[in-house]
Write a protein that binds this ligand. Structure first.
Ligand code: HEM
Ligand code: HEM
Length: 162
């Protein structure tokens, strides 16, 4: 399916780091969404700062969904470099990348469903938090292992377009 190329394009690199930064923002500040919901349920006026962060959560989450759709289109159109390494380690890396794409779609979609369809879906949405954290840790450790132990191009090629 994918075209092979020497490295990631500038656009692919920009999308990788922009999406990563936005996901971190969501993970750190996501709780405002629940705070505002609880205040409204108790008939209270939500704290304005909390409300601002909740509005940000909503729009940043939708932005992530749009950027991921763009990222998938760009990946299919421009292709990706051949993986570095082999064996079980490569399988794990590929599995984590696949899980990221799934989470990057499923987490914002369940967030939207929680707002517009049924707030119970918020419980499913919240499972995204520990899953994201666990896979980000594994993924980042993998990247650092490549860079500092294996001393290969893996991390560098997510910074330098080719
Ligand atoms: C990748 C994108 C997203 C991430 C990583 C994310 C992450 C989070 C996190 C960490 C929480 C707090 C969980 C907790 O308190 O334990 C949360 C809550 C929430 N998020 Fe998101 N979110 C994303 C996108 C969205 C979108 C697009 C919407 C809706 C438009 C949304 C709606 C909500 C709602 C309604 C809650 C409160 C759930 C509840 O209290 O039942 N999220 N999200
Ligand atoms: C929310 C955070 C992150 C997400 C969702 C994420 C997601 C992804 C995905 C889906 C890929 C596969 C790209 C493709 O070929 O389609 C990838 C590649 C990569 N990521 Fe991340 N990433 C995150 C954070 C990080 C961090 C913190 C680092 C570094 C410490 C990092 C380093 C890399 C590297 C080096 C690659 C290229 C792997 C290769 O060329 O085989 N990522 N990332």
């Amino acid at each position: 399916m994918s075209v092979s190329r020497q490295g990631y394009s500038g656009l692919q690199i920009l999308l990788h780091w922009l999406i990563a930064a936005l996901v971190l923002f969501q993970l750190i500040f996501g709780e405002s969404m629940g705070e505002v919901k609880d205040a409204l349920e108790q008939g209270l006026v939500p704290d304005p700062a909390e409300q601002t962060m909740a509005d940000a959560h909503y729009w940043v989450g939708i932005a992530i969904l749009v950027l991921v759709a763009l990222r998938i289109i760009v990946r299919v159109a421009q292709g990706a470099p051949a993986p570095i390494g082999s064996g079980p380690q490569l399988l794990v890396a590929k599995a984590i990348h696949g899980i990221f794409y799934l989470l990057l779609i499923a987490v914002p979609v369940t967030g939207l469903l929680a707002v517009y369809v049924n707030e119970e879906i918020g419980e499913v949405h919240e499972i995204g938090k520990p899953l994201f954290i666990a896979f980000i840790v594994l993924h980042a450790l993998g990247a650092l292992f490549h860079h500092f132990k294996l001393k290969d191009e893996t991390l560098r090629r997510m910074f330098v377009p080719r």
